[in-house]
Design a protein around this ligand. Sequence first.
Ligand SMILES: Cc1cc2nc3c(=O)[nH]c(=O)nc-3n(C[C@H](O)[C@H](O)[C@H](O)COP(=O)(O)OP(=O)(O)OC[C@H]3O[C@@H](n4cnc5c(N)ncnc54)[C@H](O)[C@@H]3O)c2cc1C
Ligand SMILES: *[C@@H]1O[C@H](CO)[C@@H](O)[C@H](O)[C@H]1NC(C)=O
Ligand SMILES: *[C@@H]1O[C@H](CO)[C@@H](O)[C@H](O)[C@H]1NC(C)=O
Ligand SMILES: *[C@@H]1O[C@H](CO)[C@@H](O)[C@H](O)[C@H]1NC(C)=O
Ligand SMILES: *[C@@H]1O[C@H](CO)[C@@H](O)[C@H](O)[C@H]1NC(C)=O
Ligand SMILES: *[C@@H]1O[C@H](CO)[C@@H](O)[C@H](O)[C@H]1NC(C)=O
Length: 534
Amino acid sequence: MRASRSILLPFLSILLFSIPLVTSNSALDDFLRCLPKHYSNPSKPIADAIYTPTNPSFQSVYELHAYNLRVLTQANATLKPMAIIAALHESHAQATIFCAKHFGLQIRLRSGGHDYEGLSFSSSVPFVILDLSNLRSIQIDMASETAWVQTGATTGELYYRIAEKSNVHAFPAGVCTTLGVGGHFTGGGYGPMIRKFGLSIDNVVDAQLIDVNGRILDRKSMGEDVFWAIRGGGGTSFGVILSWKIKLVRVPAKVTVFELKKTLEQGATDLVYKWLQVAYKLDEDLFIRITPVAITGNGKGNKTVQVSFIGHFLGQTDRLLQLVQASFPELGLQRNDCIEMSWIESTLYWAGFPNGTSIDILLNRVPQSKVFFKTKSDYIKNVIPKAGLETLWKMMMRIESIWIQMNPYGGRMAEIPESETAFAHRGGNLYKVQYTVHWSEESSEATKKYVEWIRKLYTAMAPYVSSRPREAFLNYRDLDIGSNGSNSSDFAVAKVYGAKYFKTNFLRLARVKAMVDPDNFFKNEQSIPPFPSI
Ligand SMILES: Cc1cc2nc3c(=O)[nH]c(=O)nc-3n(C[C@H](O)[C@H](O)[C@H](O)COP(=O)(O)OP(=O)(O)OC[C@H]3O[C@@H](n4cnc5c(N)ncnc54)[C@H](O)[C@@H]3O)c2cc1C
Ligand SMILES: *[C@@H]1O[C@H](CO)[C@@H](O)[C@H](O)[C@H]1NC(C)=O
Ligand SMILES: *[C@@H]1O[C@H](CO)[C@@H](O)[C@H](O)[C@H]1NC(C)=O
Ligand SMILES: *[C@@H]1O[C@H](CO)[C@@H](O)[C@H](O)[C@H]1NC(C)=O
Ligand SMILES: *[C@@H]1O[C@H](CO)[C@@H](O)[C@H](O)[C@H]1NC(C)=O
Ligand SMILES: *[C@@H]1O[C@H](CO)[C@@H](O)[C@H](O)[C@H]1NC(C)=O
């Protein structure tokens, strides 16, 4: 019984797959035959980069960089990639573009696989993954305080390599240490130094990109329009980002971190209300994030909300205490709440590793665990009234497994004009909010339940957040805000999500797209379509 099932199942799935996709399969064969003829480095055979479903490593290569189990389990059961090209050399990526375009296959680009909607590893039409995770060299030049970082390097690897060279240099990017810098930077990329140094892309000075014709371009040869577009506009639409040249930033040898927790019973509402009024105006060396979570307090089954105030200060305790005393004394920060450490140790602190963890953990390229989740985002332009906070707490206590994060802007973010890069959420935004529901049951009922919950919460928050457009953060990708099937060719639909992600920069992005990829080869459910030429 067990034996016959295990023999039958693979056959069944091959049958289910091949019936609707007969033409695609022959296109796939043509594509696979095309690849070896179009790459240029005989010392790195492209055959070693190709995984089709018959390869015993196919499944593990597919799942290794695929973070959201909600998307992965669904895609895994319905439509997997026809092939994965895990490039070992840039010419493998060039060949993949050339051959996929020639035979009309849709490709998905993947670096770290953390896309919230899994657009780097799933699609509702047959597709091939161009996986860039092996292209991950990091070359640091301390003389010029710059580095070239390939797309598949993780944020953790980048932090580690910088710290190997210097304890007073750093790079402003995300808190999670397994993000691929390819996807992460191109969507903006932010972390606890955002108020001092802005986003990752604000510290990018050059890039290498493979265009739709397979050419490798740098800033000069791609031109300022494309270089503008890939900084905040999302990589997928314009080509394959191979590497970024970044400018390192200078940090003190010691930074200070802290975390204070307050429940509703301990006055969290008043404190958050005060935080909303001050956190975006504090000294730009100081970043205080809040993360409210719903918890069951006091052991009697009563629910409450507990808010963590997590701080990062580019300086030491004495000055931190003076600043907090002057601007936010209600926080009640005490000297013994403050922990001084090097910047590299602070990356471990933010990533949630226990005190004393070796920094070698930054070299772990894959997350320690994966969850099912759905995330939405908002921007706050006015202090939320207490009634709004109370609505939020009530909704949170009804929803299981919800986790919210509010991040202050201001500082450097308010100094950079909206049009400077494609990333448009600058001055006037006081806070960015992330709402995440997560769960561990694998069932469509669970998915439906949690996703409905977070959509309700999002609706309830509408009065307190940006509107017309209701702005959203591209790195927190959310297909609910508009998508056109697997293929963003409808300009009217793209204008809707485009305005939310990019505000008026969307139109310039669409014009750049029309210049460099008029046939819309590089696309996904929420990419930028070419500006219609009428
Ligand atoms: C646990 C977790 C924590 C996070 N924390 C933060 C945070 O602190 N700050 C923050 O800003 N964001 C954060 N994010 C969001 C993260 O920045 C985005 O999910 C980002 O897109 C991930 O990049 P990736 O390369 O890992 O993902 P991928 O899924 O590989 O790529 C994301 C998108 O970029 C495209 N892409 C990837 N590589 C390339 C390339 N070389 N050229 C062109 N297009 C490409 C993909 O097709 C996809 O559409 C977090 C996400 C997770 C899951
Ligand atoms: C994907 O499907 C395979 C069977 O085809 C299964 O073994 C594997 O556990 C699945 N992975 C996920 C993440 O659901
Ligand atoms: C739990 O909540 C109920 C209703 O609000 C309240 O009467 C009770 O005192 C609470 N219990 C504790 C231990 O706080
Ligand atoms: C972390 O560990 C160091 C020693 O390894 C210790 O001095 C310090 O107090 C610890 N900090 C916390 C917050 O536990
Ligand atoms: C794109 O969206 C429009 C409007 O919702 C719809 O009419 C059209 O069929 C969609 N196209 C695709 C390819 O899904
Ligand atoms: C994308 O959508 C357009 C317009 O709806 C359609 O003509 C085209 O065939 C679609 N392409 C793919 C690959 O689905």
